[in-house]
Design a binder for this molecule. Structure first.
Ligand code: NDP
Length: 246
């Protein structure tokens, strides 16, 4: 991936939805997808942050994005069908989803893991991607080349003490990715994969590793090649794969 050279117009005329687009890796992904030509729908829970990303994209002269404030923790199934109806009206199709929004929860042993926090982490990290994907598949089928990207983690591939609901949700994310990829294996127009970003300089990483020097970590901007590769047509035919961004 290090020597992948995306064409400047890789994502031209594509409509791409990014969850958790207001901060961290989601913000960098949204800006990067827009830089390569995509019309990006910025979905997240903090409107002020989404507006800042919107302004950055507009000031850079990239295609005009759209903002869709939504709290994935409390969203009902109807909120998802409303979202899809809006996307259908505004754009008529969808060419990609980056499921990026995530909640760390707490680092705690299973025996003492706060029960409501467990439910919230599972809701945001795995139920929301299920609900969103389920609602969007009809729109994705209208695209001639669509990509669904799930966001995993090292602890979604091998369990580790105290990572609790977060790690369980990432294991489930890999499962959802594999199942959906298998269901769509005959459909060459929709590919489904996951990315483990690896240690990246964001608020979530700092919350999980408060003693770590953030300057030793890659920035979100530095891990974007894998995201571009999977979102664009160069990854056609790649499906069911678990990739690492670093
Ligand atoms: P950040 O905490 O920086 O960003 C997470 C984003 O998700 C924020 O924009 C946040 O919104 C949004 N979000 C959280 N909860 C909700 C919700 N209920 N509804 C809508 N949006 C929500 O984290 P990262 O950028 O580090 O993480 C991005 C993804 O990468 C996550 O899935 C994470 O698990 C994964 N990851 C990150 C690693 C790292 O080292 N950074 C390593 C491995 C995986 P708001 O800003 O408004 O709170």
């Amino acid at each position: 991936m290090m020597d992948y050279k995306p064409a400047p117009d890789l994502l031209k005329n594509r409509i791409v939805l990014v969850t958790g687009a207001g901060d961290g890796i989601g913000r960098a992904s949204a800006r990067t997808f827009a830089q390569y030509g995509a019309t990006v729908i910025l979905l997240g829970r903090t409107t002020r942050k989404l507006e800042a990303v919107y302004d950055e994209i507009e000031q850079a002269g990239y295609p005009q994005p759209a903002i869709y404030p939504m709290n994935l923790e409390g969203a009902s199934p109807k909120d998802y069908t409303d979202l899809v109806a809006t996307l259908n009206n505004e754009f008529g199709q969808l060419d990609g989803i980056l499921h990026n929004a995530g909640l760390l929860g707490a680092l705690a042993p299973i025996e003492h893991y706060d029960i409501n926090l467990w439910y919230n982490v599972i809701q945001v990290n795995i139920n929301a991607p299920f609900l969103l994907t389920r609602a969007c598949l009809g729109l994705l089928r209208k695209s001639s080349d669509a990509s669904i990207i799930f966001t995993s983690s090292s602890v979604g591939r091998k369990g580790r003490a105290y990572w609790g609901a977060y790690a369980v949700s990432k294991f489930a994310t890999e499962g959802l990715m594999q199942i959906l990829a298998d269901e769509l294996v005959e459909n060459t127009a929709i590919r489904v994969n996951s990315i483990n970003p690896g240690a990246t300089r964001t608020g979530m990483r700092a919350a999980a590793f408060p003693a770590e020097d953030p300057n030793t970590l890659k920035t979100p901007e530095e891990i974007m090649l894998t995201y571009l590769y999977l979102m664009g047509a160069d990854s056609r035919g790649i499906t069911g794969q678990a990739l690492n961004a670093q």
